[in-house]
Design a protein around this ligand. Structure first.
Ligand SMILES: Cc1ncc(COP(=O)(O)O)c(C=O)c1O
Length: 389
């Protein structure tokens, strides 16, 4: 048989899914793996979806997204980013932010272009880049507080560099970039005439008083070279509804639209109706989540302190990236051991292109988290004895 596409062949399946698939048949396992909020979609949003079905709002919408949703997104982003995006020409509603990642990369990249990605990284950035035939180039952020810096970015730029992907608040570390850090990156990006894909899906889940993380798109002269990815999956517990959106300049988004139209036509009409309610009537949902997540984060960090495990203090999102280097096992080996011997599932750092760490998602009830920490502590104590002997 003839060979299949070589780029698809070398791209890997998500390691996050890989580990959670591993646990499907096990009972009594605590799953802190997939980046999904345990709480339900807010009530007004659910009702809007139900009403949409009852009212037969079940046909194709405009391919760029239902007009009323794009207008809602334009209003929301005007307040949120402090920038006007034209609902007619600068917004596409996507099937989750996941589609946005693919659209952005396929629109920008030619074969052998290079895309700069901070490692640890959300796995889809890597596989989506590889599928386009471009090359992921990693910036190791483990020695710079898990932040891409102007210097570490500059060091990897070559004539082939096409784009940089930024994701702050970050999955898996929860780090955020301050204004000065974004400005330093923007300077390098402009000097080298690069595009930026900024994945802002966690930007309303932040733990300081600001209520949101700043996006690089808001910096001077960045808008023309930036594709913003955002959505309601994380801010509104809507991972299954599959609604995201892209904000980009007309010159770029018109090209992205061709990819979107070819692939999905349009996002689901019912989910689009629900997303309007999410961004209007349930607009305060992220603040509600933050209150809950703050307590959960404190529970987990206190337990990790007790165990003597180092971690990056999360400033946003709902993950904690824990250093397990002292345990003398690879992150994959440790994660499998945790599942098999302690009935706890977390994601190995290797899934994020960073071994020596595990990612714990604390989007789970406090009782479950407390039991999970007990299991982790037992594993760590048992392994420390082995490592020390
Ligand atoms: C950084 C990041 N971007 C994008 C996504 C995908 O979001 P969606 O469910 O909207 O496709 C995730 C999901 O975990 C994520 O963590």
């Amino acid at each position: 048989m003839k060979s299949i596409n070589k780029f698809v062949k070398v791209a890997e399946q998500s390691g996050i899914r890989h580990i959670s698939d591993f646990t499907d048949d096990l009972t009594d396992i605590i799953q802190l793996t997939v980046g999904e909020i345990d709480l339900p979609t807010p009530e007004n949003t659910k009702q809007a979806g139900i009403e949409a079905i009852k009212n037969n709002y079940t046909k194709y919408t405009s391919n760029r997204g239902a007009e009323n949703l794009r207008k809602t997104i334009a209003n929301f982003t005007a307040a949120h980013y402090g920038m006007e995006f034209d609902w007619r020409s600068e917004i596409i509603v996507t099937v989750g932010a996941s589609e946005g990642i693919d659209l952005a990369l396929r629109t920008l990249c030619n074969i052998r272009d290079e895309v700069v990605i901070a490692a640890p990284a959300y796995p889809a950035y890597v596989s989506s880049t590889i599928i386009t035939g471009a090359k992921p180039v990693f910036v190791d952020t483990t020695k710079t507080n898990f932040k891409m810096t102007a210097d570490t970015l500059e060091a990897v730029i070559t004539p082939q560099t096409k784009a940089v992907i930024l994701n702050y608040p970050n999955n898996p570390t929860g780090t955020i970039l301050k204004h000065a850090e974004l400005a330093a990156l923007a300077k390098v990006i402009i000097e080298h005439d690069l595009y930026v894909i900024t994945d802002d899906v966690y930007d309303l889940i932040v733990y300081d008083d600001s209520g949101q993380a700043q996006s690089i798109v808001t910096l001077p002269n960045m808008r023309e070279r930036t594709i913003v990815l955002n959505g309601v999956s994380k801010s509104h517990s809507m991972t299954g509804w599959r609604i995201g959106y892209v904000l980009a300049p007309v010159k770029i988004i018109d090209q992205m639209f061709k990819v979107h139209q070819t692939n999905v036509g349009t996002a689901t009409s019912i989910s689009q109706a629900a997303a309007i309610a999410a961004l209007e009537r349930d607009a305060d949902n992220p603040q509600k989540l933050v209150k809950i997540f703050k307590e959960r984060k404190e529970l987990v960090t206190a337990a990790l302190d007790e165990m003597g495990l180092a971690y990056v203090e999360p400033q946003g999102a709902f993950y904690i990236f824990v250093n397990i280097n002292n345990l003398k096992l690879s992150s994959w080996e440790f994660s499998i051991k945790l599942i098999q011997d302690y009935k706890l599932a977390v994601v190995p750092g290797s899934a994020f292109s960073a071994d020596g760490y595990i990612r714990i998602s604390y989007a789970a009830d406090k009782k479950i988290l407390a039991e999970a920490m007990k299991r982790l502590e037992k594993a760590v104590n048992d392994l420390k004895i082995i490592a020390d002997s």
